[in-house]
Design a protein around this ligand. Structure first.
Ligand SMILES: Cc1cc2nc3c(=O)[nH]c(=O)nc-3n(C[C@H](O)[C@H](O)[C@H](O)COP(=O)(O)OP(=O)(O)OC[C@H]3O[C@@H](n4cnc5c(N)ncnc54)[C@H](O)[C@@H]3O)c2cc1C
Length: 433
């Protein structure tokens, strides 16, 4: 009976190494530099510090592990990747150091699956070598979670394709060498069959960055979510990724694993918040005793611990389900995990922050910043409501309507059938009394 919650000792050794390496070598980057520098290749850390760290990761065979061995990765599968991401989630710089930062990891996956040999050589290889970063350009200013409202168009013109339209929140566009742009190629069919993916170098004439939108708290100039105008952007026909109309089918490849990695990074973040909460509860004295002795504080610790373990197991189960090749169940579980991700961050982050009192709200602790990531988690990659709809739709596929007027669990007919089944015994019982 294979139902095992343990980690292989050899892989645990790797996790232990990652844990120490991230703590000692990578987390100091988060403390010394602003997180927007993660992608800014012009900054000296990308010449002097990060390549050395990346080389150490490569020497350990831990580089770009989301990809198969033919592409320079380990092809670990989702469960191992999830355990790795639990550690990497503690640091903004760690995914870059390990060659698995979003959106590059997802973009590399789809290039590996659907790219031609030329596309792989030109876009995938430098991405895998850590020489460039990329962007995924899908959301539009008037429509994010409803692709049926997408207006950005791409049309064939001789040997080229021409893209016209606006995209919103195209993360890292300003640092990217190329963007994968989703655009409607056939408006006469449903958008899910009429949208294509184009590989667009970011220095192509006609690209205009209207502005780089920042997240709340980022200083002016630091924003990296571009509002882009593709104004008659012309790319050669060979820049079509996959076939015409295949964009949404391809996009599914991209989002599956990435969502689990994000969730597991959130597990790592919440574990850190929980650790801080416990340390503070055992250290801070009020009314003659440490906070940890107060029952309402104990309740917070218990609730947070239970919620974190539940979430962790669910994410790992989703990863395991994908590794089993069960795509249908995997889809439901990924959506479940996406729904829970912001919620655990809100609940556990807030409790940890609250236990720290004024210090928790200050800029001398990371708790406020950590907690404010929750709304982002509830929107990026689609809002919570959309993932709940997916869960409900998928789950309902396993059910059918009741046949008669009353539900199949209606007691009277079931009781009558049961009484018939045991008629002899019931008669015997009646005779006895
Ligand atoms: C940090 C960050 C990075 C991002 N990076 C990228 C990127 O690199 N590339 C890219 O293309 N996009 C990116 N996005 C955009 C992201 O994919 C969209 O924000 C997301 O799809 C939601 O679209 P929207 O913002 O237009 O919200 P809307 O679609 O307007 O939704 C707003 C709200 O409406 C409600 N709602 C929506 N649909 C339903 C429904 N079916 N039922 C009930 N309520 C509903 C929800 O409350 C939802 O939060 C990023 C977003 C964030 C926050």
């Amino acid at each position: 009976m294979a139902w095992d919650f343990s980690t292989d000792p050899e892989f645990q050794e790797k996790l232990d190494w990652i844990d120490e390496f991230v703590r000692e070598e990578v987390e100091p980057l988060d403390l010394a530099f602003s997180s927007h520098l993660v992608y800014d290749r012009t900054h000296p850390i990308h010449q002097e510090v990060i390549p050395k760290l990346q080389q150490e990761v490569k020497n350990r065979d831990l580089w770009a592990c989301h990809l198969g061995p033919d592409l320079g990765g380990k092809g670990y599968g989702q469960l191992k990747l999830a355990l790795m991401n639990e550690i990497l989630g503690r640091s903004q710089f760690a995914p870059m150091v390990f060659g698995c930062q979003a959106p590059d990891s997802g973009n590399a996956e789809i290039l590996a699956h659907y790219g031609t040999e030329e596309q792989k050589a030109k876009y995938l290889q430098p991405l895998l070598d850590g020489k460039i970063v990329s962007c995924y350009s899908m959301t539009e200013p008037q429509a994010g979670s409803d692709p049926q409202q997408f207006e950005c168009r791409v049309r064939r013109d001789g040997d080229d394709y021409v893209i016209d339209g606006y995209k919103w929140f195209s993360s890292n566009f300003r640092y990217a060498a190329f963007a994968i742009v989703m655009a409607v190629s056939d408006p006469d069919v449903p958008v899910y069959q009429g949208t294509s993916m184009m590989l667009v170098p970011t220095d192509t004439p006609g690209i205009e960055i209207i502005r780089n939108v920042g997240l709340a708290g980022e200083r002016p100039g630091e924003g990296s979510h571009a509002y882009v105008h593709y104004n008659g952007v012309r790319v050669p026909a060979e820049n079509l990724l996959g076939g015409e109309g295949q964009a949404f089918a391809i996009a599914q490849t991209r989002l599956g694993g990435g969502r689990i990695h994000h969730a597991m990074r959130t597990v790592g973040v919440c574990q850190r918040a929980f650790d801080m909460m416990c340390e503070r509860a055992l250290s801070r004295v009020t009314q003659g005793e440490v906070l940890a002795k107060k029952q309402m504080v104990q309740e917070k610790i218990a609730d947070a611990y239970i919620q974190l373990q539940q979430f962790r197991l669910m994410v790992l189960h989703a990863a395991w389900t994908l590794d089993q090749g069960d795509k249908k169940r995997g889809r439901t579980e990924i959506a479940m995990v996406k729904v829970l991700t912001p919620q655990v961050l809100i609940d556990i982050g807030y409790k940890a922050l609250h236990i720290h009192g004024s210090l928790g709200t200050s800029n001398e602790m990371p708790l406020m910043g950590l907690w404010t990531m929750a709304p982002v988690m509830g929107i990026a990659d689609g809002p919570t409501e959309v993932h709940k709809v997916t869960v409900a739709r998928q789950v309902l596929k396993d059910y059918k309507p009741s046949e008669g007027l009353f539900p199949s669990m209606h007691l009277p007919p079931r009781q009558e059938a049961a009484r018939k089944k045991f008629a002899d015994l019931i008669e015997h019982e009646v005779a006895q009394h």
